[in-house]
Design a protein around this ligand. Structure first.
Ligand SMILES: [Zn+2]
Length: 446
């Protein structure tokens, strides 16, 4: 130790000490040089969310990044007049980013303050057709899994069948495009190569009542209601991780939740029971409870759970199924509580083609499991992180991408204020929202 202190005091150590300080405080060391065409913006009188509370700050945008240090010059001052600044929202599960009505869709996402979207199963062709419209500073940023891995005759094969019947798709959009149906290790091996050639951002896999895998596997009654065998999921996870790809797994039952965790998946899509009434055979809600030990394991493994619970809200709480709605809410509340208790990472996704994570956030808010700062962190932070794990988005921090929303009211008092959006900034650019066609978006309240 003494030797170290003597070395640090000596003259030859000086460059090392400086390098160490630069590594420790990279933002302070970075000179403020702006790239041409990138105006320096000063945002005054804003209240900025720090993950817990809003704090009054003057914030600069330099080269599309956030800076809390006063700029030597700025090109424009924008007075936020007391507005509440939050990171943009995410939608961690939606299949609607595809060529069909893409312009209106982008506009609606931006209108709702949702900048980051994850599409966990799409036609690779469809992605290629929209690439020129997305992942730019005036649009949404999207990741795609391309085709998902499932069992033969499993979900989502019936979606393809339906679209062929409607004359929208052809046979070539099925196996090898929208999905890869595998019942053996040899099939996984063969189709994995085809799948990788489509350059996916991540891997989508399917478990549907995997506790009955053998029973459902060849029975035509369960067409569309089966998925991968647990051992094949494990094999896919190993291959994906070897290729630096994260794995998302669709689940239906509490047993699927457990099996997905045992396989070491990175993300669980849906929560047990999210559409339990749709299965071929009837179920009791009590079959869908997440256990403490599974929640503990999910937290330990860093598994992200994407909610998609908004379907419950479609059951009228005052209608003929009011009692069901109450019991279903209770299951969701209980499952979210067990995940919260063990600090499992949650992300918001709707899986609702005509909607997005706005109603999903409203439904979860209505269950009163999370306080407003926690729900805001789930929607902005964890959701963005599971979509873009490597990007400096999701928080209003020094050196992070200057992407944020300015709200006219405090969302910590009324979560509905998350849709009172006055200003949208993405990577340092102010986004202009045009008038949307009637019925294509909910009122944003500004
Ligand atoms: Zn889905």
């Amino acid at each position: 130790m003494k030797k170290w202190i003597a070395f640090l005091r000596s003259r030859p150590a000086l460059p090392f000490v400086i390098l160490f300080l630069i590594l420790l405080y990279p933002d302070r060391a970075r000179p403020q040089i702006t790239e041409p065409g990138n105006p320096v913006l000063e945002f005054t009188n804003g209240r900025w969310f720090d993950g817990n509370v809003f704090r009054e700050k003057t914030v600069y945008v330099v080269n599309g990044l956030i800076s809390f240090h006063s700029a030597r010059h700025f090109d424009r001052v924008i007075d936020l007049s007391g507005g509440f600044v939050v990171p943009p929202f995410g939608e961690a599960h939606n299949h609607n980013v595809e060529p069909n009505k893409i312009d209106a869709l982008i506009e609606r996402y931006l209108q709702h303050g949702i900048f980051y979207i994850k599409n966990p199963n799409n036609l690779p062709n469809g992605r290629n057709q929209v690439l020129s419209k997305i992942n730019r500073s005036n649009s949404i940023d999207v990741t795609f899994s391309n085709g998902g891995f499932t069992g033969i005759g499993g979900h989502p094969a019936e979606i393809v069948q339906r679209n062929i019947a409607r004359g929208l798709w052809t046979e070539s959009d099925g196996d090898g495009a929208f999905y890869y149906a595998v019942n053996s290790r040899a099939e996984v091996q063969e189709k994995w190569v085809q799948f990788l050639a489509t350059k996916p951002d991540f891997v989508k896999t399917y478990l549907l009542y995997s506790e009955e895998y053998e029973q459902r596997k060849d029975d035509p009654k369960y067409f569309g209601w089966r998925g991968l065998g647990p051992d094949l999921l494990q094999m896919i996870v190993a291959k994906a991780h070897a290729s630096n790809l994260r794995v998302s797994t669709h689940i239906e039952s509490a047993a699927d939740f457990h099996t997905a965790l045992l396989a070491g998946v990175d993300e669980i899509n849906h929560m047990p029971g999210f559409r339990y009434r749709d299965d071929v055979k009837p179920h009791q809600l009590s079959e869908f409870e997440i256990t403490d030990s599974d929640a503990k394991r999910a937290a330990k493994q860093g598994t992200v759970v994407v909610t998609t619970l908004g379907g419950t809200a479609k059951v009228d709480p005052h209608g003929k199924d009011a009692a069901l709605r109450e019991r279903w809410d209770e299951l969701n509340r209980q499952n979210l509580s067990v995940l919260k208790r063990h600090h499992v990472k949650l992300a918001l996704g709707s899986d609702s083609y005509r909607e997005d994570s706005v109603p999903e956030s409203a439904y979860i808010d209505s269950l009163h499991v999370f306080d407003p700062p926690s729900l805001l962190n789930i929607w902005c932070k964890t959701t963005a992180r599971t979509i873009f794990p490597l990007r400096s988005v999701r928080e209003l921090r020094e050196g992070y991408e200057a992407s944020f929303l300015v709200l006219s009211a405090d969302p910590l008092h009324d979560f509905g204020a998350t849709q009172k959006i006055r200003l949208r900034v993405k990577q340092g650019h102010i986004i202009e929202i045009h008038d949307l066609p009637p019925g294509s978006a909910t009122e944003s309240g500004n």
